[in-house]
Design a protein around this ligand. Structure first.
Ligand SMILES: [Mg+2]
Length: 114
């Protein structure tokens, strides 16, 4: 995803909320709460499966719930002036240092235990 597309999506979701005068409900706590609630809707699609896989035929629902999570990620990022793509890029640089391939390959251990 390019920086431009996340900026365009942010503008779109802000416009969507502004047209409905929903800004009054979008304080940071409610946005963070909504983000987590949507993440639990992702989790729900894996509930009760015996093979730990997505419930059969739920790929479309998964895409929608991931979009819901991303909606709130963009909204919260915007509230604090965070460029989410830049932030993820920085985080990946940290992760690459914390989990060097030489130590982390084939391991699910936390970096403090490698
Ligand atoms: Mg949802």
């Amino acid at each position: 995803m390019t920086k431009d597309s996340s900026e365009n999506l942010t503008k779109r979701i802000k416009n969507f909320a502004e047209e409905r005068n929903w800004g009054q409900f979008h304080d940071p706590k409610n946005i963070a709460l909504s983000l987590v609630l949507e993440a639990t809707e992702v989790l729900e699609l894996f509930q009760w499966t015996k093979d730990n896989q997505l419930q059969k035929g739920k790929e479309k629902e998964l895409a929608e719930e991931l979009a819901d999570v991303y909606y709130w990620v963009l909204m919260l990022s915007d509230k604090y002036g965070i460029d989410i793509n830049k932030s993820l890029d920085k985080k990946m640089l940290k992760n690459e240092k914390k989990y060097p391939v030489s130590k982390a390959k084939n391991s699910s251990k936390k970096y403090t235990e490698l």
